[in-house]
Write a protein that binds this ligand. Structure first.
Ligand code: NAG
Ligand code: NAG
Length: 384
């Protein structure tokens, strides 16, 4: 009897932090419902741009020296999402864009250009970009491609002046499994995240269970591109964004925990967990600005996010009648925050003007920031 109670207590005490986490997530289902959501913004101004030209941009990154942003957008995501589990047959391809945010003299038309993919074997027909990473010293652009034929990491050489990304090679590897985000740490070395152990493509139910129970099935993989030798260096529930904070520190976001894992990188490229920063939203992607501040984008209300994710194929389709249905009126709020060791977490924005925020980036010198939205039209651009 005592033994049973003791064992029960031991199990309970181990589960406690876990239950507390789950409780926080579930509590946000009520607190952050779109009609109750507390809206705030610390930005001087913000607007949604290119709503008629861009849709479903997941990732963005900056070349501050040139005043350019590179955007990864996939109109096909409504129907093809290997993370959320939407698999339709006819799917349009996604594209990469360059946005010149620093030159106010350009018209909107001139400021946003689609990148041409040169020498890319599957052409533009099977391109579903998610996370992207740019290693400036070698002009190397890494793109997670959730292709229908299997997920890969595509490596391109970027020429900004000719708006062309020339394909160098495709990285396929057993550890490129459910790739999500990439962080380059030298010219031939990257870390990337796999979001799940069970790919939604193969085991939809197990993948869902993995997400909702926050099982640490996601991973961080280090790969040396001279030899393609790769190994898993950390396991995290729903590992999502990854960003280098400084020479010795790496940040990885967990979308089911929800929070940010801060790791020290050893010389051997192992990761040693330093701390977990809790975030009041379900964290999507993270980025680091020039001042070393970590920018975080997330989804404050998971149920609306899941509804939007599941219904876009219908709501963006020609079938006018169906798109007037209730499900198409659901709005999924956005949230942006920042974190530093000294100041801790600061919330910057929460609202409904722009939906499904997935990445936030900032040019600290120019005081310009960009938010992308997984299922949103256009991008949100803010000024500080
Ligand atoms: C998230 O952002 C980082 C840094 O900006 C980038 O390297 C990564 O590929 C992004 N991932 C996704 C899935 O957007
Ligand atoms: C890197 O960032 C971490 C976390 O903010 C901090 O503790 C550490 O001191 C920083 N290291 C350097 C070399 O700036």
């Amino acid at each position: 009897m005592y033994l049973k109670i003791t064992i029960g207590l031991i199990i309970f005490s181990f589960a406690l932090p876990y239950l507390y986490d789950r409780e926080q997530v579930i509590e946000s289902f009520f607190r952050n419902a779109p009609d109750k959501l507390k809206k705030f913004s610390t930005f001087k101004e913000y607007e949604v741009k290119f709503a008629d030209r861009l849709r479903n941009c997941e990732d963005a990154l900056l070349d501050e020296a040139m005043g350019l942003a590179i955007l990864s957008c996939d109109v096909g995501r409504d129907k093809w999402n290997t993370v959320m589990g939407n698999f339709h047959k006819e799917v349009p391809s996604g594209a990469l864009y360059i946005y010149d945010y620093s030159n106010p003299d350009l018209s909107d038309d001139e400021a946003l250009k689609r990148l041409t993919l040169a020498d890319f074997p599957s052409g533009d027909t099977d391109f579903h970009p998610l996370g992207i990473e740019y290693y400036m010293p070698t002009s190397t652009l890494y793109v997670v491609n959730h292709a229908r034929t299997g997920s890969t990491i595509e490596i391109f050489r970027l020429s900004v002046s000719s708006f062309t990304a020339t394909h160098v090679r495709t990285l396929r590897h057993p550890l490129v499994h459910t790739p999500n985000s990439i962080a380059a740490i030298s010219d031939m070395e990257i870390y990337f995240t796999n979001d799940h152990y069970f790919p939604v493509r193969k085991s939809p139910l197990l993948a869902k269970a993995e997400t909702f129970l926050a099982v640490p099935g996601g991973s961080v993989v280090h790969i040396d591109l001279t030899t393609d030798s790769a190994r898993s260096v950390a396991h995290i529930p729903f590992a999502n964004g990854i960003a280098v904070l400084n020479e010795t520190t790496l940040a990885v976001s967990s979308s089911s925990k929800p929070g940010i894992y801060i790791y020290a990188m050893t010389k051997q490229r192992d990761l040693v967990l330093q701390k977990v920063v809790r975030v009041p939203s379900l964290v999507d992607n993270i980025s680091v600005d020039e001042n070393g501040k970590l920018l975080i984008a997330g989804h404050p209300h998971v149920p609306s996010f899941l509804t939007v994710s599941g219904s876009r194929a219908l709501c963006n389709s020609e079938k006018q009648k169906e798109s007037e249905s209730e499900v198409c009126k659901v709005r999924a709020p956005s949230w942006v925050g920042e974190w530093t060791e000294d100041a801790g977490l600061t919330e910057l924005y929460q609202g409904l003007e722009y939906e499904t925020s997935s990445t936030a980036i900032r040019d600290a010198k120019r005081g310009v920031g960009i938010v992308t939205g997984l299922y949103a039209k256009g991008i949100m651009v803010w000024k500080e």
